[in-house]
Design a protein around this ligand. Structure first.
Ligand code: ADP
Length: 272
């Protein structure tokens, strides 16, 4: 994007001509566009849960309601308030990561225990999916921030659920490849159009088609995944086929522990 402006050129008080100044403002343009996209996404995403919190609260304040109905409305209010909290946390995370202010508290962690914990907490959100954890290696220790790594798999597994509305298998496979620890998160859902694949890790990007228009989100989940994985010297990639499903692969450096070292680490954890 070029900005052009004309500047009169004077010499000894006499006009000699005009200088046209061309300035490349692509960067500024992009930043402005990002900002306005951010503002409109944020306000839209915040408004939806807020308006249902307000709507149901108003109903409860102005109407005599049977206890069951009250409970139903309160449940909705609670869920929407939780969604709002999650959204705000996502926004804050992205901002912190981008400004380089995010700190990572890295320790030796067993990726299997992190994944089992995430699967257990995600399970309760669905009745139509079946979860599988396939552990194909014994070298499952990584040096990482437990909460942040949990966030990576929470985002991937909750997407696997969200974007396979008809249910099916969600399979997490843990294996070793090229001296790295790899984790696949595979679903049997909507899949991702090929032309969208290069963009899905970009902030605020959401695939827009009729299949998924009603599925809520901010387009931040995968951007957060990418940042966290990067901070662990890892990589994340995706393969997908429309209407068949998607597989996200995270690879992390393996931590080689000498025999016996693992026990010491466990003892340290217990003392801490
Ligand atoms: P959000 O889910 O909030 O839109 P994400 O950053 O998590 O944001 O994902 C970006 C986009 O990638 C989503 O809008 C969705 O279209 C697509 N996507 C992510 N995960 C999957 C998946 N497992 N299956 C199909 N599409 C997915």
């Amino acid at each position: 994007v070029m900005q052009v402006y004309a500047k009169p050129l004077y010499r000894h008080g006499e006009r000699q001509g005009t200088v046209f100044v061309h300035r490349d403002i692509t960067k500024q343009f992009e930043v402005d566009q990002m900002k306005s996209e951010f503002v409109s996404t944020v306000s839209h995403e915040l408004r939806t849960p807020l308006s249902s919190v307000l709507g149901f609260t108003e109903l409860m304040l102005t109407k005599e309601l049977k206890p069951e109905r009250q409970k139903k409305y309160l449940t909705t209010i609670y869920q929407e308030a939780k969604r709002l909290t999650a959204l705000i946390n996502d926004f804050l995370d992205v901002q912190r990561m981008e400004s380089g202010k995010q700190t990572y508290d890295k320790k030796y962690e067993d990726i299997v225990s992190i994944i089992e914990h995430v699967v257990d907490t995600q399970k309760v959100n669905t009745t139509v999916h079946t979860f599988h954890i396939q552990k194909e290696t014994d070298k499952t220790i990584v040096l990482g921030d437990r909460d942040k790594l949990a966030q990576v798999f929470t985002n991937l597994i909750s997407n696997a659920i969200k974007y396979s509305p008809d249910g099916g298998n969600v399979t997490v496979r843990i294996y070793e490849q090229n001296n790295r620890l790899c984790i696949d998160v595979k679903d049997e859902g909507l899949g991702i159009p090929e032309e969208a694949l290069p963009n899905i890790f970009t902030k605020f990007y959401r695939v827009d088609n009729s299949d998924r228009r009603r599925i809520g989100g901010t387009g931040l989940g995968l951007a957060i995944v990418k940042e966290i994985v990067k901070a662990h010297e890892g990589e994340v990639s995706v393969t997908s086929e429309l209407k068949k499903g998607s597989t996200f692969t995270v690879s992390l450096p393996l931590v080689a522990l000498a025999p016996g070292e693992e026990d010491e680490r466990d003892n340290d954890d217990k003392q801490a």
